[in-house]
Ligand binder design. Structure first.
Ligand code: AMP
Length: 221
């Protein structure tokens, strides 16, 4: 089972993905995290990707497709995995299908308005140690991350101009995936403008039901 988390930047894909990992045990694979790690390690991919990411554009399909191909065949993905931020283009979705033709999947679209995205991302702060995400109003009176003691930082692509650009790229390049997954019959939408627990209740129910259906199809009770 692969779970594809769709939704604009700031819709809560990372948060919901982490909760899914805790509940279902599937690893969360974020191309954004993989790319940021490459940037930090100054690998050839990281050096190429940094400027593109900083301006809110998409890194080339070849690069992210290769990162995903490298990751999804690890042992921990055998039962399932959660994709956060991939695919982001129709070509990436088709490439993913070509890696594992016919794999059971659900695409969960976490729907959030543009206004909510701008508000959330411009107040997002991240811990440099454990990568937990905070709202700036919860970090202002703290020197360091209460979970691990790391410093807080603002992502270089969480500035108003770049947020607007990322939203534009989402509408142009990624939103067409909604029709793609509807046509495959794998599409589900949830209202992402509620509290984290309520959103998760819906996301988990979709996954539980989908896994049950697979069990029925395969004769597992
Ligand atoms: P994210 O952490 O998912 O918001 O991703 C941060 C940035 O990494 C994006 O704005 C893109 O520049 C790049 N990125 C992440 N995933 C992809 C992808 N699947 N395709 C192209 N670029 C990506």
């Amino acid at each position: 089972m692969r779970v594809i988390l769709l939704g604009p930047p700031g819709s809560g894909k990372g948060t919901q993905g982490d909760l899914l990992t805790r509940t279902f045990g599937f690893p969360r694979i974020s191309t954004g995290d993989l790319l940021r790690a490459a940037v930090q390690a100054e690998t050839p991919i990281g050096l190429k990707a940094k400027a593109v990411m900083d301006r809110g554009a998409l890194v080339s399909d070849d690069i992210v497709n290769a990162l995903i191909k490298d990751r999804i065949f690890h042992d921990d993905c055998r039962e399932g995995y959660i994709l956060d931020g991939y695919p982001r283009t129709i070509f990436q979705a088709e490439t993913l299908d070509s890696f594992e033709p016919g794999r059971d999947e659900v695409a969960v679209d976490i729907r959030v308005s543009d206004e909510a995205v701008v508000k959330r991302l411009s107040s997002r702060r991240v811990c440099s140690g454990c990568h937990r995400v905070y709202n700036v109003k919860n970090t202002e009176n703290k020197a360091v991350c209460p979970a691990c003691g790391g410093d807080f930082f603002q992502r270089s692509d969480d500035t108003p101009d770049v947020i607007r650009k990322r939203l534009h790229v989402y509408m142009e390049e990624t939103a067409p995936l909604i029709a793609y997954y509807i046509s495959k019959g794998d599409y589900f939408a949830v209202d992402g403008e509620r509290d984290i627990a309520s959103v998760f209740e819906d996301v988990a129910a979709i996954l539980t039901k989908a896994r049950g259906n697979i069990g029925i199809r395969e004769g597992i009770s």
